[in-house]
Ligand binder design. Structure first.
Ligand code: ZN
Length: 210
């Protein structure tokens, strides 16, 4: 069975960045494990992940105070035990410190363990985001939205209303317009390992050009 590891600094990031894609995977019988590096502000994370069909783990770090040594050793154990085929993590240029820290460390580990890497977008914090992979989440979009509402209690009312909810309400529709479907999530691929080729995901059937 194929396995997908989704890593995020804070539990809501997984839903905003790739909640629809998680549901598309699990609907196809692919095992998904979501790891929140911070273990606080996780109200509803369990319900959100069960809505998307994924397993989850929350590590013992706090928002804005990630302990690097603890994070690295916990992630190493997860990489060894779960042995994912693909790893999702944050974009590399993030205005939120935790996001960038997690992105850099997960990319290092994924390369060390020889796994494919896809970076997801968080509209409120990802700077100069570019993508080369899009997933049609039209079927799973309502699950992404419902999963986010399961986590509503983790935020103060204003943050949820002004920042978190719009990221899920508007971004997938805009990305859908750009890529030719109703709702999409988009990712930057950092290369596929078989064959070794940084732009391997762009290799497409010539029929698709017509
Ligand atoms: Zn976050």
């Amino acid at each position: 069975m194929k396995r997908v590891l989704v890593t995020c600094a804070h539990s809501d990031d997984a839903v905003i960045g790739c909640g629809g894609t998680i549901k598309e995977f699990t609907d196809r019988g692919i095992e998904v494990l979501a790891v929140s590096i911070c273990g606080d502000r996780i109200n509803g994370f369990d319900k959100a992940m069960s809505m998307l069909g994924a397993d989850f783990v929350a590590l013992k770090n706090s928002y804005g105070k990630i302990n690097m040594d603890v994070m690295i050793s916990d992630l190493e154990n997860i990489f060894e035990d779960f042995n994912p085929d693909v790893v999702f993590t944050h974009w590399t240029n993030e205005i939120l410190y935790d996001h960038e820290l997690v992105s850099k460390q997960v990319i290092k580990l994924a390369r060390q363990y020889d796994h494919d890497i896809l970076l997801y977008e968080l509209p409120a914090t990802s700077v100069d985001f570019t993508f080369d992979v899009a997933v049609d989440i039209t079927r799973s979009y309502t699950f992404k939205l419902k999963a986010l509402f399961e986590m509503k209690e983790a935020f103060d009312v204003e943050t949820f209303k002004n920042e978190v909810l719009p990221s899920v309400v508007y971004a997938p529709g805009y990305r859908g317009i750009l890529t030719g479907c109703k709702y999409a999530e988009v990712f930057k691929s950092l290369g596929v390992r078989k064959p070794l080729s940084p732009y391997g995901r762009r290799l497409m059937d010539i029929e698709k050009l017509l």
